[in-house]
Write a protein that binds this ligand. Structure first.
Ligand code: SAH
Length: 218
């Protein structure tokens, strides 16, 4: 058995046991989780654990999210394929790649230049090209390309950052973990007649969203 074969098997097992078995059922989301090679987005030292049921360190005190969390957040966005998407928290670029496979274009922001650069190389290696990498404080959104049909925040926020909500299209969906620094609730925030319609899902734990409309640096 070669290593590629091992990774392919591990990925198939990840999708069945961690994602499908826990209720993610959108066939398009499942197909992309089967397709994108997660091991290309984790540091070499962790590659053998790339398909484990947990987040993994990617340097700078940050993590690549647990596969199940990536799948659930993606499913909650209900992408159809035509969307312009904003992601806050590029990290490894794995989630951004999943989104890019399901939408027209993805703008992904991180505040740490080294992570953004590495993520860009990772997506290039996967042949994914419909995304733009930006180094900036994502709590202010990215007004240059607003409005966005969908927004995903992959770091824990104290509240929904108002500038980011302002940049959501009417009828658009935002998925965001909101809470304190230790535990958050995964929320879907829709814009209906300019107002927030909020649904809460389950408890989760993300690294901090640090910025002007997020947490302050410790
Ligand atoms: N989506 C990533 C995981 C994100 S980890 C993946 O698929 O690998 C959270 C990321 O949010 C970290 O890389 C961190 O640097 C970034 N982050 C935290 N605060 C931010 C802010 N205000 N703006 C942009 N990125 C931020």
């Amino acid at each position: 058995m070669n290593q590629k074969h091992d990774f392919d098997l591990a990925r198939e097992r990840m999708v069945r046991q961690q994602i499908e078995a826990r209720g993610v059922s959108n066939p398009v989301v499942l197909a992309v989780m089967r397709e994108v090679q997660r091991h290309l987005f984790v540091p070499e030292a962790y590659q053998a654990r790339a398909y484990d049921d947990c987040p993994l360190p990617i340097g700078h005190g940050q993590t690549i999210s647990q596969p199940y969390m990536v799948a659930v957040m993606t499913e909650l966005l209900k992408l159809k394929g035509h969307e312009k998407v904003l992601e806050l928290g590029t990290g490894s670029g794995y989630q951004a790649s999943i989104l890019a496979r399901l939408a027209r274009w993805v703008y992904t922001l991180d505040r740490i230049p080294e992570l953004s650069e590495k993520a860009h190389r990772n997506t290039d290696a996967c042949g994914i090209t419909n995304l733009t990498f930006i180094v900036a404080d994502g709590t202010k959104g990215w007004p240059n390309e607003a409005p966005y049909d969908a927004i995903l925040i992959t770091a824990g926020a104290p509240t929904v950052p108002e500038p980011v909500f302002d940049q959501l299209s009417e009828g658009g969906r935002m998925v965001i973990p909101v809470g304190d620094r230790f535990s958050q609730t995964l929320r879907v925030v829709q814009k209906k007649q300019g107002l927030k319609k909020v649904e809460s899902y389950f408890e989760c734990r993300f690294v901090d969203l640090v910025g002007e409309h997020g947490w302050s640096e410790t």
